[in-house]
Design a protein around this ligand. Sequence first.
Ligand SMILES: *Cc1c(COP(=O)(O)O)cnc(C)c1O
Length: 477
Amino acid sequence: MNYLSTRGDATPRRFCDILLEGLAPDGGLYLPARYPRIDAATLAHWRDVYVRQGYAALAFEILSLYIDDIPAADLRRLCEQTYTAEIFGTPEITPLKKLGDGFYLQALSNGPTLAFKDMAMQLLGNLFEYELGRRGKQLNILGATSGDTGSAAEYAMRGKRGIRVFMLSPHGRMSPFQQAQMFSLQDPNIHNMAIEGVFDDCQDIVKAVSGDLDFKRRHDIGTVNSINWARLLAQVVYYFAGYFLSTRGDDDRVSFAVPSGNFGNVCAGHVARMMGLPIQRLVVATNENDVLDEFFRTGVYRVRAGADTHETSSPSMDISKASNFERFVFDLLGRDAARVRALFGDALAGTGRCDLSGDSAFAQAGARYGFVSGRSTHADRLETIREVYQRHGATIDPHTADGVKVARQYVQPGVPMIVLETALPIKFAATIEEALGRAPERPARFNGIESLPRRVQVLPADVERVKQVIARECESC
Ligand SMILES: *Cc1c(COP(=O)(O)O)cnc(C)c1O
């Protein structure tokens, strides 16, 4: 399988060539040259593989269609090492919880950091260690986080050979639980920097450091952000698992509702659907930061300014633009890279918007690709958390509540609706208390996490200071 860029660079690249990269050199995103199509016999076989051999075996089947430059036995071992009941809490890895007839939550948040990002990041940690080992190289991962990405990356990379993590977060702004999760890690290859500023300051520093090409090369700087193709690919697997868990036969159709920010999670659903998984609808649920909902309603994609990006009670969906969205538009426009380049390169950089409302392709987003959308507000979130608790005795986190709220608008008789549960409520305790008047349950293994010793340095929002920390660490080895 070769990979190409959404903006036209078609230099043949295989999976491991793009594994450690972010954007393509032309500024586009990598996608496989084609989506492997699954016939009915394969789908039936995969159902059997999942039921009899488990999630890791299913992951191997799917990943091996996209990864042909890692020997099969090694890839199978990497999958088996990643998707274990010890790491993800249950043998199904992503079990369903029933909330009424034909309405389910798919639990993606029982991994080490209690958010769905573990599903991909845990695999990425093992793939990175494997590939860096083969190449005899090392990697210094530099990232900015408002919470979930940073902790998922750190728990995936801790103790990995050849890898260090430098994670910037806005000082004092993550939830107390998220801070405790990240800062209590004592692994010498994990470096937390709490920046005196907001998330955008952290992101600006990461951009500035990565933009210093000489520094970047000398210190082997890389990223693990959500545009990484391997992360997206890992997420494709649980759409198949959710399908098998909610249906009996392979003629059945299901819909998925996905709490969305950067469009990574739901884009994996799009890939699963392109492979032939019988998905009826892909429901994109946003919070008040409704860039995506606006697009699917109107055909206009409009990047928000900083001042128009709201801080909400589902903070992992607070985005000003959806960094994976270009992948879907590439498919929507019949993989016309020249048009994507014009829309996302030039037009977006100039006006901050791209307009497909008058384009016949836009009508296909729903009709042909199954996308529908909706938005949810703080009041909706509280209401949904209360209502799900009262009716079903389940406590859901604010992001999942956005998914449930929007999913309800799109339920169809006879088609199971699966809402992806993207985090556990304990990560966002303040909102749960506001909704239910009590604290959410805490998995036993996190008891007392807030009082563990912390490893974090507080720094001013200063690019040079961050560079100094990285340079010093790299020298000492
Ligand atoms: C990252 C995240 C999201 C958004 O996922 P995208 O792939 O960016 O659309 C939603 N919910 C939670 C809890 C997250 O951590």
